[in-house]
Design a binder for this molecule. Structure first.
Ligand code: PEP
Ligand code: CO
Length: 450
């Protein structure tokens, strides 16, 4: 069989770096092509089955991690705290939803970023924009900003060592449910989070109950955590696309799940074409300009056979627009007879700038989540999951939360090079609030937008 995996090369490709030297690019791509795959196709198939459950309301999806991973930050401590945050959120959500939570990290490959402008000017100097560590460096010098294709090879190796540690943590005992419960107890020790006491107590008692019943904790010592990232750099994704020897079909073996971003989802563009050819479960970001017919056309193009779990629609509409924009999208998808996984990204439609900082407000983020749940419920559609930018670290990038971060405190530990992330505590607060929304089947009144 032939798959014509290179047809994307004839199509318009948005958001690609201008690699200065074609010979250098060819060498780097050749080096990537002979590297082993980062994931096994069979794992991507398992994820697709899990997502098929989420589409039907039998599981809930949690995708979380940095906006952009950074080479210098691939440290055991950071990977551990990132993973810990995702696992803590997952336990809270599992309890709230009484459903398995499908866990995906924006990890081991989230190294390339779309940018609103391809250059950046400071004073008299104009240089290429920073496009993520897989392309260039953040420093504002011509040397740093020069797109260097060997960085894609470095991104591969960083991803490989990250995944290695993630696999060790998730199967080697670190993820034991009882440890996760202990971490949550540590969080609850802080009086700022007293409002979550009731649900935290319930989670705790549920775990003690299982323990008392002699539940096989060996089975709860390992968890499944899948890797995902935006499939932005076509050279990288193509080089890691391999024909699976079992099924003789192509998989993008750079991650279990990849998505097309809001800025590259052109139906006639290269990204949609390449991802239409691979068998992984895939996602598409859907922003406020997407028309219902665009979404249906994307679904037809990316999932012509309607394979359960194949397609995830990640809406990022903005808290004040969800109630207007989401209903026609859901109605069109329903009318087309499709059941994708619907996931809410409450981050990217709610970015604001205050002073020198790009930020988001916690309450506004939660308002988008709340509206997402309500609109899906009103339509008999399944709110299938959450997609968030978070870090396990104690950063001050997103405003609000119970340990209130104000505009004046943003500067304290503002560490992101790209988008603002929920910190460890804000992430857990989100999980508690969403658990309440799911458990009560009600979403209460939205918080007044600040
Ligand atoms: C992102 O997820 O970091 C991102 C760039 O999102 P979007 O494509 O939705 O803008
Ligand atoms: Co982002």
């Amino acid at each position: 069989m032939t798959f014509n995996l290179d047809s994307y090369r004839d199509l318009p490709a948005a958001q690609q770096p201008e690699w200065p030297d074609p010979g250098e690019l060819a060498q780097a791509v050749a080096a990537l092509k002979v590297e082993p795959p980062l994931v096994f196709a069979g794992e991507a198939d398992v994820l697709r089955e899990r997502l098929a459950d989420a589409a039907q309301g039998r599981a809930f999806v949690l995708q979380g991690g940095d906006c952009a991973e950074i080479f210098a930050e691939v440290t055991p401590d950071r990977i551990r705290s990132q993973l810990r945050t995702i696992l803590q959120m997952a336990v809270i959500l599992t309890y709230g939803a009484s459903l398995p939570v499908v866990k995906m990290g924006r990890i081991a490959g989230q190294y390339a970023k779309p940018r609103s402008a391809s250059t950046e000017t400071r004073g008299a100097q104009t240089l290429p924009a920073y496009r993520g560590d897989a392309v260039n460096a953040f420093g504002f010098t011509p040397k740093d900003r020069r797109p260097d294709p060997w960085r894609m090879v470095r991104a591969y190796h960083r991803s490989s060592s990250t995944l290695n540690l993630v696999r060790a943590f998730t199967t080697g005992g670190f993820a034991d449910l009882r440890f996760v419960a202990d971490w949550n107890r540590g969080f609850m020790a802080n009086p700022a989070f007293a409002r979550y006491e009731e649900i935290a107590g319930e989670v705790d008692r549920a775990i003690s109950f299982m323990e008392a019943c002699g539940v096989d904790f060996d089975a709860l010592k390992t968890v499944e955590l899948f890797a995902c990232h935006e499939a932005l750099l076509l050279d990288y994704e193509r080089a890691l696309t391999r024909i699976d020897s079992r099924t003789e079909t192509p998989y993008d073996c750079s991650a279990h799940f990849v998505w097309v971003g809001e800025r590259t989802r052109d139906i006639g563009g290269a990204h949609v074409d390449l991802l239409s050819k691979v068998r992984n479960p895939i996602g598409v970001k859907i922003g406020p300009t997407a028309q219902p017919e665009d979404v249906v056309r994307l679904a037809d193009r990316l999932d012509p056979d309607g394979i359960p779990g194949r397609l995830t629609l990640i809406t990022r509409l903005g808290a004040d627009r969800v109630r207007t924009l989401l209903p026609p999208l859901i109605e069109a998808v329903q009318a087309a007879g499709r059941t994708p996984v619907w996931v809410c990204d409450p981050m990217h439609g709610n970015t604001i700038t205050t002073g020198a900082y790009k930020t988001r407000h916690f309450d506004v983020i939660m308002n988008e989540v709340r509206a997402f749940f309500e609109v899906h419920r009103e339509h008999g559609s399944v709110p299938g999951g959450l997609h968030v930018e978070l870090t396990g670290d104690d950063v001050t990038e997103v405003l609000g939360g119970s340990q209130t971060i104000h505009e004046a405190t943003l500067a304290r530990r503002y560490a992101t090079l790209v988008d603002p992330r929920l910190n460890h505590q804000q992430s857990l607060e989100m999980a508690f609030q969403v658990a309440e929304m799911i458990r009560d089947g009600s979403t209460a009144a939205p918080v007044k937008q600040p």
